[in-house]
Design a protein around this ligand. Structure first.
Ligand code: Z2T
Length: 825
């Protein structure tokens, strides 16, 4: 029997016939349904299992090869993974999208409707979590052995509804209908302790040692999701931990007759992985959050040690087998946990343990905003993790000795660099811990990395200059081009004559040779128009708002935050409105202003910005005098799935943060890849995108990071802008007039007062430059040939922003790992 017919029997055949047969089998044996009575969800589950069967074959094979070859492995530690729907991406990466579509058609099924049925795992807030998901996909595509570790939150990021213009949060019960992509591993389970005290004892060699006696224990159980790469046999592993009560603990309670207490302790244990904290940047310092962090870090480090002992052997070589990347400081406790495991459980001495630890970890910083830097009160630490606090003190003592030796007499420096912030409530500085415990520290865009060295970690960069790196972020073109925008992908493949660009995104540059091809221009515009029609249809049913696909789609989609300046965008909208009302529509083009994004539930100002957008939308969309010129729409519940509808349809991408505040941004890359032009400041990765696509193909405005800082140092007075710019004054006054709030003149006061009196993100300083830049956007849009050429060149030159490139840079400069291609089994 040939091997391909063997595969037919083992549920891994790639032919249309095999897919059809296995789909019906899965529908019957897993969902217990036949074709005629199957619900859309049954059909989705059958399709998911049919795809998963094909993944598993490759996964088992990869795992076996990595195990026997002792492959050096990257462990990515992240509290968030914003995965997005799996099915469409897995089909693309398996190379069977077309086959599956045909198989579906022959069974009389609507392929797109089945794909649409998937509820996405939203286990992240925004950029940081989505980056982790892109990196997992690119690690597999680049054939780097990797394990992603994180938390299997039962409730991910809330679903956003808009009621009366306000954001309302609904719980995200994503596991309700089952998750076909994960495999529970009940035997991969580790105990995690909390509380209690440290005690000393004499070990078998008569040595005095310390150990931790926790007050209570819970278990972490592994759930594995295979992550396939594009066009490779490599499959990596995403291992997420679920918190469970430890059995032995419950029995104790049962024996004392405390049945209620036993059940309650089970519930209490399970709360640890119950819900994702919905705050993006500002930290809130909740005890449960610290418990979550320690929980997943402890399980992950125990798992790595188990794997090492099972394969390689002695722990001395741990840092050769594993390199651990810390995705921001959320998992920084891993540094201390590894020390504890090596010292207390495995009997190493301090020098050995510290040497291993220091060579294991690398740390990525994702923000400079001071309010986002994690610190934990020493008192809380002491109560929850007493042994870890002891270890932090000892790490700090040795580290500060090193600082004193290097910088004799500079006690102010010692004070700044200490892992413990003194003066006021004593707090543990997680960022300092991450830097001290890592061999490499990186920022996420060139400007950000430069600022990290010059400001946040200035003292550390002086002590250890060789430790600091830049790796500019990237995004995966498989999800954000091939899956999100099949029309554009087909056109590119047709034009270039190959689809090698999907794995080698720099090859998009071949489009440049066609930049003046009139036929291509027409096709390019048709592709964009079709995407805009799709979005308009979707928006109509989701919000009832009508968008004209012929208008310029001007999109800002990202978390709501004052530093991202959605209110600057609103001021421009209000200016357009007033100009049209005053009969000055000469230089305008019809625009659809589209917003998407969630606000942290406790972030009042961000929620007020959402309300203001919806309030302005209500007035604008119901005013026939301006309707031919403008519409405003808020796309509810911006998540990965809705993002995939938005990126292909955008003409203009709004990247308008105050320079120096957005570490990188990744939406900027996703829009650009789909042919949107950017209006943006010199912030984060915008700087590099502009360099790549050419300054003439990018709408730049605003203060530089340096100028912004300078102006704030010498005293920034927003009210002077308010008083001297009559259009600005009239826009703000219009908000306060109550026009957008049914006569309520107070509703938006917190926002307008803040702008006029404080304006921490310099909206008023950049207002005039932004308006002028928007004029040049309108002028460019009026020349379709020119606009199309600019759009095409954006796509042609965006190759550098593939997450494959980012992963290759990490692999070479930070992790020192080489690809490990897996042969077909
Ligand atoms: C986040 O999404 C980002 C930074 C954070 O700092 C936290 C979260 Cl949840 C602690 C974002 C940055 O704001 C963005 O500029 C960057 O592109 C993204 O991380 C990925 O690096």
């Amino acid at each position: 029997m040939s091997s391909s017919s063997t595969h037919e029997r083992t549920r891994t055949g790639m032919s249309k016939t095999a897919l059809k047969q296995d789909f019906l089998d899965n529908l019957f044996y897993i969902q217990g349904r036949f074709r005629e009575v199957a619900t859309p969800h049954d059909l989705y589950m059958a399709a998911a299992f049919t795809t998963r069967d094909r993944l598993l074959k490759r996964w088992v094979n990869s795992a076996q090869v990595f195990k026997t070859s002792h492959a050096r492995t990257v462990c990515y530690l992240s509290a968030e993974y914003l995965l997005g729907p799996h099915l469409a991406c897995n089909l693309v990466n398996l190379g069977i999208t077309d086959t599956a579509r045909q198989a579906g058609a022959e069974l009389g099924l609507n392929f797109d409707a089945i794909v649409e049925e998937e509820e996405e795992p939203g286990l992240g807030n925004g950029g940081l979590g989505r980056l982790a998901a892109c990196f997992m996909e690119s690690l597999s595509t680049c054939q780097v052995p990797a394990i992603g570790y994180g938390i299997r939150y039962e409730f991910g990021i809330f679903d956003q509804a808009i009621e009366d213009g306000w954001q309302v949060e609904k719980t995200d019960n994503w596991l309700r209908n089952g998750n076909p992509w994960e495999i529970p591993r009940p035997k991969i389970c580790f105990p995690v302790g909390y509380g209690g005290h440290t005690e000393s004892y004499r070990d078998e060699h008569g040595q005095m040692r310390l150990r931790w006696q926790p007050a209570f224990m819970i278990n972490g159980m592994a759930y594995d999701t295979p992550i396939l790469g594009y066009g490779t046999e490599n499959v990596n592993l995403l291992r997420l931990w679920k918190a469970e009560a430890s059995e032995s603990f419950n029995f104790q309670a049962f024996n004392t007759g405390d049945y209620y207490g036993a059940v309650y302790s089970k519930i209490e244990a399970e709360t640890i992985s119950k819900v994702l904290y919905p705050n993006d940047e500002p930290e809130i310092g909740k005890e449960l959050r610290l418990k979550q962090q320690y929980f997943f870090v402890s399980c992950s480090m125990q798992d790595m040690i188990r794997l090492h002992l099972n394969t390689v052997g002695p722990l001395e070589s741990f840092a050769e087998k594993f390199v651990v990347q810390l995705n921001d400081t959320h998992p920084a406790l891993a540094v201390v946990e590894l020390m504890r495991l090596l010292l207390d459980d495995h009997g190493l001495n301090w020098e050995q343990a510290w040497d291993i630890t220091r060579h294991t970890f690398c740390y990525t910083n994702h923000t400079l905003l001071p309010e986002a830097l994690e610190t934990w009160s020493v008192a809380l630490f002491e109560r929850l993790l007493p042994r870890h606090l002891d270890l932090i003190y000892e790490i700090n003592r040795r580290f500060l000795d090193e600082v004193r030796m290097r910088f004799l007499g500079d006690e102010a420096r010692v004070w700044r660099m200490s892992l413990i912030a003194e003066g006021g409530e004593r707090r543990v500085r997680m960022a300092n811990l991450a830097v001290v415990g890592s061999q490499a520290v990186n920022g996420v865009a060139e400007l950000h990395s430069a600022l990290v060295k010059a400001t946040l970690f200035k003292d550390f960069a002086e002590l250890w200059p060789e430790r600091f790196h830049n790796v500019t972020n990237g995004v995966t073109p498989r999800r954000f081009m091939v899956v999100a925008n099949p029309r554009l992908s087909r056109l590119i493949t047709q034009t270039c004559g190959h689809d090698a660009w999907i794995r080698d995104l720099e090859r998009l540059r071949e489009l440049e040779t066609h930049q003046d091809d009139a036929g291509l221009h027409a096709d390019w515009r048709a592709v964009k128009l079709a995407a805009k029609q799709d979005l308009a249809t979707w928006m109509q049913q989701a919000t009832g708002i009508h968008l004209d696909p012929a208008s310029l789609f001007d999109v800002q989609a990202k978390r709501f935050h004052e530093y991202k300046r959605q209110h600057l965008n609103i001021l421009h909208i209000i200016r357009c409105y007033q100009r049209i009302k005053q009969g000055e529509s000469q230089n305008l083009v019809p625009r659809a202003f589209i917003f998407g994004g969630k606000a942290a539930p406790g972030y009042f100002m961000a929620k007020l910005m959402i309300k203001l957008i919806n309030a302005v939308a209500e007035v604008v969309n119901n005013d026939p005098q301006v309707n031919g010129w403008m519409r405003v729409a808020f796309l509810p519940n911006f998540n990965v799935k809705n993002g995939q509808r938005l990126y292909p349809a955008a003409d203009l991408s709004e990247q308008i943060s105050l320079a120096g505040k957005e570490a990188s941004g990744t939406g900027n890359m996703k829009f650009s890849m789909n042919g949107a032009l950017t209006i943006g400041t010199l912030d984060g990765a915008n700087v590099e995108i502009r360099e790549a696509v050419g300054a003439e193909n990018f709408f730049l405005f605003g203060l530089t990071a340096e100028a912004a800082l300078q102006q704030q140092l010498t005293g920034y007075r927003p009210w002077e802008y308010y008083q001297s710019d009559i259009e600005l004054k009239s826009d703000i006054d219009l908000i306060n007039s109550g026009l957008f709030s049914h006569g309520d003149t107070q509703l938006f006061r917190p926002l307008t007062d803040n702008l006029v009196n404080h304006d921490p993100f310099m909206v008023l300083a950049d207002y005039r430059a932004y308006l002028e830049c928007q004029q040049t956007v309108s002028a460019a849009y009026q020349d379709p040939e020119r606009w199309t050429r600019m759009s095409l060149l954006n796509v042609a030159r965006i190759g550098r922003f593939s997450s494959d490139r980012a992963i290759r840079e990490y692999a070479e400069h930070i992790w020192k790992v080489t690809p490990n291609p897996i042969e077909a089994a």
